[in-house]
Design a protein around this ligand. Structure first.
Ligand code: FES
Length: 190
């Protein structure tokens, strides 16, 4: 199999004047997180989570800024971001719909749910709606095989889905009646 390579050496990084790592974030990193580790590099995950939670993704400029604070090479930050699929290297929609595509869900009609979402939003897997409201992705097993098919709306778990229920949930997000928590939260309340 041929390896696909990128010419990273000559790649240009889009930058903006305002740093992504705000003064407040830098202070938190230096004062709260870095002291917990033997080396500043130990705070890399904390720094990446901070950026991703704030912006929804991790821009390359932010990777450089993190590297500077942690005194590591920018390539080490990039390696980490590209290794873990939870980190986003490009911006995504306001709401992330993640449908499990692993075997239990596939047997229980996850594909029909994905198709229903694609039809409803007019996008394919991996795409974002034009209004920037929704991004659709597929994930491997999200640990809810017993209640397949399962999907996440942002961080909410929804179980025993049907195409109709999936579309209903999207409509709730669209019209502002969506109740965060998902079916996982309902179970915990019982
Ligand atoms: S296979 Fe979908 S949650 Fe496990």
């Amino acid at each position: 199999m041929p390896w696909i390579t990128k010419n990273s050496g000559s790649a240009t990084i889009e930058t903006r004047d305002e740093p992504y790592l705000t003064a407040e974030m830098t202070k938190k990193l230096r004062e709260d997180y870095i002291p917990r580790y033997a080396k500043p590099k130990g705070a890399l995950f904390a720094a990446l989570h901070m950026i991703q939670h704030h912006y929804g993704w991790v821009p390359k400029q932010a990777m450089k800024e993190i590297a500077e604070v942690l005194d590591i090479a920018p390539s080490e930050v990039l390696d980490t971001v590209t290794f873990y699929e939870e980190y986003w290297e490009h911006s995504k929609g306001e709401n992330l719909i993640s449908v499990c595509r692993s075997i239990a869900c596939e047997f229980c009609s996850a594909t029909a749910c994905t198709e229903a979402i694609k039809d409803k939003l007019g996008i394919d897997v991996g795409q974002t709606t034009e209004d920037g409201k929704f991004t659709l992705v597929e994930l491997e097993c999200i640990g809810s095989c017993g209640t397949a098919p399962a999907a996440l709306i942002n961080e909410d778990l929804h179980e025993n889905l049907t195409p109709e229920r999936t579309v209903q949930l999207i409509e709730q997000v669209q019209n502002g009646t969506y109740q965060p928590g998902g079916t996982g939260a309902v179970k915990e309340d019982l």
